[in-house]
Write a protein that binds this ligand. Structure first.
Ligand SMILES: [Fe+2]
Ligand SMILES: [Fe+2]
Length: 286
């Protein structure tokens, strides 16, 4: 399939999920300092499924409240605006793409990898004082969304790619090129364009395996690239066919840390911390 043709096809998939409007509305409300809990409660309560899930998460042991939290406004207070934004975007995205899994696609592993990349990217950005922490969770969460699009909408191509990777010594990326003339990174980037996401997010998704191509916000792309590598290395959410081999040295340089430093700090100790946060905070989401 010609690359342009595939791009057109991705853009025209009629059933391609829209990012749920409530999540987008809430995300932009949260970015506005004038937003009150009452206003957020009004918007979220228009979606019963979201409301139920927010309550369930606020009642999870992670937040440690003895008493049952039964109202949305109290749940929002407990969670805090930033976590609420992350939780809503994750829930909406995961339910928008909900499909049964099969032996070639383990959706639990996929979402674990995506959430882990998001959480780790946000944590590292905050810890190291990068000015991109707000965007880093969503960039990490969405970086491999093209794999899901391929699985769902180009299923026979996906089967060909994954089977070839498991039978022969070919890489996922090479096989994607052979079969689709495009990679999941590009496909994810086209979806992000269609969702009208900010340019730096489109770029981080599109170039997460080629961070040197990023122009708009090279640091964000470098961070997603590194964290993706880190999560695979720590075996958190394993996509057996898509394992990044190396971490680009230029990306590490841009993040202003050496690989050993980062690996030391975030792979050894952070691996278990991350797993814990994932287990607790997202109980019931994946
Ligand atoms: Fe990827
Ligand atoms: Fe990945």
């Amino acid at each position: 399939m010609e690359n342009e043709l595939l791009k057109e096809k991705v853009r025209n998939i009629i059933q391609l999920p829209a990012l749920p409007t409530v999540a987008i509305e809430v995300a932009s409300m949260i970015d506005n300092p004038k937003t009150s809990i009452a206003k957020l409660t009004n918007v979220i309560s228009t979606d019963q499924v979201l409301t139920a899930k927010v309550l369930k998460i606020a009642n999870s042991p992670f937040y440690g409240f003895q008493k049952k939290i039964s109202t949305l406004d109290f749940a929002i207070m407990v969670l805090g605006f930033d976590s609420l934004k992350e939780i809503l975007l994750s829930i909406s995205l995961i339910s928008a793409f909900k499909r049964r899994q099969d032996k070639r696609f383990n959706s639990k592993e996929f979402w674990t990898h995506s959430l882990a990349t998001g959480i780790a990217a946000r944590t590292i950005a905050r810890d190291l004082g990068y000015r991109i922490s707000g965007e880093s969770f969503i960039a990490g969460l969405l970086h491999d969304i093209g794999i899901l699009v391929t699985y769902q909408y180009f299923h026979s191509d996906f089967v060909r790619i994954v089977d070839a990777v498991s039978e022969r010594k070919v890489t996922f990326h090479d096989m994607e090129h052979t079969v689709l003339q495009a990679t999941h990174a590009e496909i994810g980037g086209w979806l992000a364009e269609r969702w009208n996401l900010p340019d730096q997010l489109i770029e981080a998704i599109k170039y997460h395996h080629r961070p040197e191509m990023a122009e708009r916000n090279p640091k964000l792309t470098a961070l997603v690239h590194f964290v993706d590598f880190l999560c695979h290395k720590a075996q958190i959410g394993v996509l057996s066919y898509e394992t990044p081999r190396d971490c680009n040295p230029a990306a590490l340089e841009l993040l202003n840390v050496s690989e050993t430093e980062l690996t030391q700090a975030y792979y050894d100790s952070f691996g278990s911390k991350l797993r814990e946060e994932l287990d607790r905070a997202f109980t019931g989401v994946v």
